[in-house]
Design a protein around this ligand. Sequence first.
Ligand SMILES: [Zn+2]
Ligand SMILES: [Zn+2]
Ligand SMILES: [Zn+2]
Length: 335
Amino acid sequence: MEEAYNELRWNPLLEAWIIVSSRRRGRPWRSGQCPFCPGAPETGYGWDVLTLDNRFPALRADARTSRESKDLYEVRAGYGYCKVVVETPQHEGDLSDIPFENLVKYVRELSQVTRELCSDPEIQYVMPFRNKGEVIGVSLTHPHSQVYALPFIPPRVQRELKSMERYWRERKSCLLCRILELEEEEGVRLLYANDGFTAFLPFFAMWPYEVHIYANRHVGSLTELSELEVVSLADVLKVATAMYNSLFDFSLPYMLIFHQKPCKLNTEYYHLHLEFYPLHRERDKLKYAAGIEWGAWTFTYDSLPEEKAAELREALKKGLVELRSKGYEARGKPL
Ligand SMILES: [Zn+2]
Ligand SMILES: [Zn+2]
Ligand SMILES: [Zn+2]
């Protein structure tokens, strides 16, 4: 068998870890039998939601490095876990298509997987995420999410932690709770709210149809959600994806990221939220993160967020009608 290496290489300019794994070739690419359908070798039968090990993990518990550190070139073992959460036995569809009870189990599973992976002494951060659509490079269409358990806190979350910590220290209150208040005051970018969560297109969106979902209560991680909040999160996920899929006449590709507090630090100021980044800027145009976005980390937004929010509100109405026609009554209301 070919040697496998999983290591972290430090980028001293950006002060960020790069995850390097040498045996990611040969990933499945839309061919042959679906590995996530019931009855496949790794799945068996009799489940609604199933967590599997990624067969080609970027990080692993028995990681080996290809070389030693030298001077600025620091190398560490790529220790961690890459899990796949198969969201439903159904082979096709989006979160909006998954039967509601199944979707509630999916949210519970993400919470449970977070708890388990965070309990590993070496793991600093657990990030569930969901990539959807060929343009995002998804190799398997069967609805699934991924969970990465990292031995470090990733830079974007570190940046959020820093901002939230400073606001907490200076104002004795939470930055995200305040953003939620401001969005409610201005109203024009709000989309949907239920008992536990609120969805809106943020004032500071980077992607044209970016949507954030904040927990209404100041809570740090999926593992702290009440049963009602778990159900509310499943509801807002169903509604938000129905909204996206009603925006144009096709199922909208997106990335969905769960931002929760780190495993080990005491970060009472961190506020659980989800971020959707769809790639489209118009029906037939993609927004690429290109020169200015990658080279400068400065995003350009080619319309007003309020205009895009208005489009999403229309799509939300259609999405709710669509859900109702399939027998699902949303638990919250459009805003
Ligand atoms: Zn399948
Ligand atoms: Zn808060
Ligand atoms: Zn975030």
